[in-house]
Design a protein around this ligand. Structure first.
Ligand code: ATP
Length: 423
């Protein structure tokens, strides 16, 4: 393993080898080019002679089935070649899913609904990406469901959502975010509001099942569901709820035998449960790494990536032009609750807020519900804005928004997530 390399390096990889590298230093850029042979990054094939750019925070694996020569230019913090990888096992999982899709296609039935589960930092998101990429390379159109509210691959942190995958993920930018279905949960961990998470997961599951019904190609392709690493106690209960809500057929448990055995014990036999080893390349992320990557995702939502810049709008609205809601009211002691109301219910109560300085830098979900009578709690969102100024004297609020005024709806839902706009 070498560190702090600045020069151009060439790596000759034998078949089934993987070149792994990390870019840590701020403002550093690393360029990767496939010189000869074939190779892929998390299931997306590299185009020969095309140069891919990676920036700070990137943790990458270039795998080759048949051998290749790779050129790496720029300062990597860690770079090494691994001979042992679980790629053959992951590829066998893909083959099993593909077999089920072929059968589903013949009978015009629903294809496999697969779910990735396991503790933090075992490669769940990466395996979902690999399986989706392999599926789409076989001309399938699976639905990707993201239930990881902390480090998800759809929309911004604090959300859950679904996306139809029509082409492989871009090597450096992930899956194209065209028309995702997004629900605003508003927290970076499920434990902040498990009741709300259950409600939103159930809504998302129903919508995904409907979408699987309407499109023949998607129906036989099925879905791949990524989950978060909270798998103990209440987290395990949430996992069981997600499995039930989506009617999951196959669960792939990464790295933890305990979770595997608990699921085998608690689920009916028709749910197939497979244990998968984690890749030695998966990098553990510290709290600050995770928080940085959340910030970066929100920044990219508004400003795009170096290759695809976006130019967000900033505009002022009067307090009277918006209705900002918070989900979850302060807890009341049982004795003060109305008859029949459970103490838990306060966590899913809608509270109308008077705009105040406390909203500064907060993300707000723009609800799809058009009036207050709609079910605001369970509506998905059109997108997100960020509060960049609150002027209590002039009674105005300034928003950073991907789209110009007017907003698609004046109903906005507060998220706990914040974004400091330094642009
Ligand atoms: P979380 O705890 O957030 O749910 P996870 O289990 O989904 O994490 P990933 O996000 O898939 O884990 O992987 C963690 C990090 O490791 C990611 O930055 C990913 O790019 C990197 N990674 C995954 N596999 C490899 C590999 N084979 N070589 C190098 N880096 C890898």
């Amino acid at each position: 393993m070498s560190t702090e390399k600045k020069v151009i390096q060439e790596f000759v990889l034998e078949q089934d080898n993987e070149l792994r590298f990390e870019v840590e230093s701020k403002n550093e850029k690393v360029y990767l080019t496939l010189k000869s042979g074939t190779a892929e990054v998390f299931g997306t094939e590299l185009v020969k002679a095309k140069t891919y750019e990676f920036t700070s925070g990137a943790k990458v694996a270039v795998f080759t089935w048949n051998g290749c020569v790779i050129e790496v230019k720029g300062k990597t913090d860690v770079i090494y070649t691994a001979k042992e990888t679980p790629m053959v096992i992951y590829s066998n999982c893909h083959a099993a899913l593909e077999f089920m899709r072929v059968e589903a296609e013949k009978d015009n039935k629903r294809g496999p609904i697969a779910l990735l589960a396991g503790p933090c930092d075992v490669g769940k998101s990466t395996v979902s990406r690999i399986l989706l990429n392999y599926a789409v390379r076989m001309n399938r159109r699976p639905i990707f469901v993201e239930l990881d509210v902390g480090q998800g691959q759809i929309s911004i942190p604090g959300t859950i959502g679904a996306l139809m995958i029509e082409r492989p993920a871009s090597i450096d930018e992930g899956f194209s975010q065209e028309a995702p279905l997004v629900y605003n949960f508003g927290h970076k961990t499920i434990s902040a509001n498990p009741n709300l998470f259950t409600i939103l997961t159930n809504h998302l599951a129903n919508t995904v099942k409907e979408r699987l019904e309407v499109n023949k190609k998607t129906r036989s392709s099925g879905a791949i569901i990524n989950t978060c690493g909270w798998i103990k106690g209440a987290g395990y209960k949430q996992l069981l709820n997600s499995i039930k809500a989506f009617e999951v057929d196959i669960i792939m448990v990464l790295d933890q035998e305990r979770l595997y055995n608990e699921l085998v014990r608690d689920l009916p036999q028709f749910v197939k449960i497979i244990f998968l080893p984690k890749s030695g390349g998966v990098v553990e992320r510290s709290k600050s790494n995770r928080s940085e990557s959340r910030d970066q995702r929100i920044r990219e939502y508004f400003y795009g990536t170096p290759r695809n810049s976006l130019y967000p709008h900033s505009f002022e609205l009067k307090f009277t032009e918006v209705k900002i809601y918070k989900i979850g009211a302060p807890a009341l002691p049982d004795s003060c609750l109305p008859l029949g109301m459970k103490a838990d219910d306060h966590m899913t109560k809608l509270v109308l807020l008077t705009p105040n300085a406390g909203l500064l830098h907060h993300i707000l979900g723009v609800s799809f519900s058009e009036n207050e009578d709609d079910d605001i709690l369970s509506s998905h969102v059109a997108g997100f804005v960020c509060v960049s100024m609150v002027d209590t004297e002039r009674q105005t609020i300034t928003l950073l928004s991907p789209q110009p005024k007017p907003l698609p709806s004046n109903i906005l839902i507060l998220s706990e997530l914040q974004f400091m706009d330094t642009h």
